[in-house]
Design a binder for this molecule. Structure first.
Ligand code: CA
Length: 221
């Protein structure tokens, strides 16, 4: 699960990012509105946590621009302002949730789960491939109807594969779904997670395409 955090306050941003990473989210953190818009345009996120008071471009303008371009990324607006007018402007601009500072990290996580679940109801049906199921709303996987438990990163990797069931996925593409920017990527980490997934889902469920990457085994083979 990949989250974009947009917050110019260093202390607060640090705290939110650390807390969300502990909860096994991959977090990209930008500190101004222009960077936020660029990140949201160039990458796909499961949710965005967006401060309103930002350098270069305020959060409400970011949100308006985003929705005008039909980007439906779930957005939780974060702000110190708690007047009614600001809330109404925020929600009218296309925010999915509104959180007033100071807030509890547990509360923020609950909001993230809620907006992702709601987006999942519309955009993410149950993914099915060769007897393996993955439900992005609940993060639960199954093999032939039996539940399989996955770690956060195993889930992120399987979600990437099952969202592109017929495509070869390069190492770089898979690593992007595992790690946030700037996070150290251990050289054999991808192999380790794929090894774990094969043990849980069947040894030939994910096939290695030598020199190119990995793909799910297709139905015909
Ligand atoms: Ca701010």
């Amino acid at each position: 699960m990949r989250i974009l955090l947009v917050e110019d306050d260093k202390l607060l941003g640090d705290g939110i990012r650390a807390g969300l990473m502990l909860a096994s989210y991959a977090v990209d953190w930008v500190r101004d509105g222009e960077m936020a818009l660029r990140a949201l345009t160039d990458h796909s996120y499961d949710a965005c946590i967006l401060d309103i008071g930002l350098p270069k471009m305020d959060g409400i303008s970011v949100l308006r621009e985003l929705r005008q371009h039909n980007n439906r990324t779930p957005v939780i607006v974060l702000t110190a302002r708690d007047t009614k007018t600001d809330k109404i402007i925020g929600l009218d601009s296309g925010a999915d949730h509104y959180l007033t500072k100071p807030f509890d990290l547990g509360e923020l996580e609950a909001h993230i789960r809620a907006v992702v679940r709601r987006a999942g109801d519309v955009a993410q049906p149950l993914l099915v491939h060769r007897g393996v199921t993955l439900d992005p709303a609940s993060k639960l996987a199954g093999v032939d109807g039996k539940p399989v438990s996955l770690s956060g990163r195993e889930y992120a990797l399987l979600l990437d594969f099952m969202s592109h069931p017929d495509h070869l996925r390069s190492r770089a593409q898979l690593e992007e779904s595992l790690y946030a920017w700037g996070e150290e990527v251990e050289s054999n980490a991808l192999e380790v997670y794929i090894h774990h997934l094969r043990k849980k889902l069947g040894s030939d469920f994910i096939q290695t395409v030598r020199g190119l990457g990995y793909r799910l085994r297709s139905d015909g083979k």
